[in-house]
Design a protein around this ligand. Structure first.
Ligand SMILES: [Zn+2]
Length: 432
């Protein structure tokens, strides 16, 4: 009975708290003087979210019964935010930079109510700082799935959504096998699409990056340069390249140089270089691929990426590696300090499992990635499965079905995991 009484008291207090929030028909957003564009954009995201859910108007230049101030304040912590009562009236969201404000706006939106009478601001107050500095998601922008074909405005809104949930990094793949060369109409249009998607992230101060296959080629790659597909695992694209020859290597690096030059305005911070699925080559000169041909083409590609983008991090994937390849990689890295150094680890290693045992550095042993495809969300989210010990919380993306094409119909992407306040020991990647 005592428990029931306590529960009743909690419910009474809960409803009292909810009731105390005042429904308003207008909200005035106050920005810092001379607010940078990304901060202004965060305010627009807030206004759009409110407009989607109720009839409350968000204004900046007229009086309103509720004032929400976005303030740039030092000392909260990277990507952190604080929500507090504003002296005098309203609410103040404080952060060191725009994306911290975005995360604070997300928290406020999730704790607020939207009803016919209007917007009722959430009562949560406090400070929140993420455990991990990198919280990323990979959009599988190929195979005519959702990200490839959905109306671009919808995908841009989705980018804003993931920002509101606390992500700070968005990855895509410019999958060359779809296109007849860099200048083909389809490739040009697709890059415009990537620009629109990644630009939506950059406008909010989020970081962006590219996943790529170390030896990928366009659909019209020269047949004489092509890889032996018998050495591939997972997806096998006939257009991929054998980089054992100077011509093959030049072709691959030339394609990426064009892509990187195109991407300059986006200032990408991440490059994930993939060995298999697609990728690989079965020829005698490339085998063993994982610690042979793969490293031979991934290393100059990593150097090219760093040359074009000195602030970028390169992640070397070990997707589909065997134990022998892991051992070979460990040996190769023991004598290749330029791949990652103790003080400036520019190349992290992304593994399919937490295994591997590569030399560590101050950022931890590995960037842990888990294979969660076909797993249910609870399994995918179970703690410890990916063994993330580094600075990266995880590249985590799930789709509820993922193909959007003439046969498959339209399926909306859903987002699971990687919440701002999620458990720090969960990390994973889902190839889609
Ligand atoms: Zn080869």
């Amino acid at each position: 009975m005592k428990l029931c009484a306590s529960l009743a008291l909690v419910l009474v207090l809960l409803f009292a708290a909810v009731d105390s929030a005042q429904e308003v028909d207008r909200v005035r957003v106050v920005l810092p003087a001379g607010a940078p564009q990304d901060v202004t954009h965060v305010a627009r995201v807030f206004a759009r979210q409110v407009a989607q859910r109720c009839e409350t108007r968000v204004v900046t230049d007229e009086a309103a019964p509720l004032v929400i101030e976005l303030a740039l304040v030092p000392g909260i912590g990277p990507d952190g935010f604080r929500i507090e009562d504003r002296p005098g009236e309203g609410i103040r969201i404080c952060a060191e930079r725009a994306r911290g404000l975005l995360y604070g706006v997300g928290k406020l939106l999730r704790t607020s109510r939207f009803e016919r009478g209007g917007f009722s601001a959430g009562s949560w107050r406090g400070t929140s700082v993420p455990d991990k500095p990198v919280r990323g998601i990979y959009f599988a922008t190929h195979f005519h799935n959702y990200y490839h074909d959905a109306p671009i405005e919808e995908v841009q809104r989705y980018v804003e959504d993931i920002g509101l949930w606390g992500y700070n990094t968005l990855l895509v793949w410019y999958d060359m096998h779809h296109f007849q060369g860099f200048d083909s109409r389809e490739a040009v249009e697709f890059r415009q699409r990537l620009q629109a998607i990644l630009g939506a992230a950059r406008r909010l101060g989020l970081d962006v990056g590219f996943a790529c296959v170390a030896n990928e080629g366009y659909a019209n790659s020269p047949e004489a340069l092509r890889a032996d597909v018998t050495g591939m695992r997972g997806a096998a694209f006939a257009s991929d390249i054998c980089t054992a020859t100077a011509e093959g290597s030049r072709y691959v690096l030339g394609n990426f140089a064009e892509l990187f030059d195109w991407a300059a305005d986006l200032q990408p911070k991440w490059f994930l270089i993939w060995p298999y699925d697609s990728g690989g080559c079965g020829c005698a000169r490339c085998q063993p691929w994982g610690h042979g041909g793969f490293l031979r083409c991934a290393q100059p590609l990593a150097h090219l990426a760093r040359h074009k983008f000195p602030d970028a991090q390169v992640v070397l994937s070990t997707w589909f590696f065997t134990g022998e390849e892991w051992a070979g990689l460990r040996q190769a890295f023991a004598s290749r300090p330029d791949w990652h150094t103790e003080h400036a680890p520019r190349t992290a290693v992304a593994s399919r499992s937490a295994a591997g045992g590569l030399p560590g550095n101050q950022h931890g042993r590995l960037v842990g990635l888990g294979w969660i495809r076909r797993q249910s969300a609870p399994d995918a989210l179970r703690p410890g499965m990916a063994g993330s010990q580094g600075p990266v919380a995880g590249w985590f993306s799930l789709l509820r079905g993922h193909f959007r094409g003439p046969q498959q119909g339209v399926v909306r992407a859903v987002l699971l995991g990687c919440r701002y306040d999620r458990r720090p020991d969960v990390a994973g990647v889902c190839r889609l």
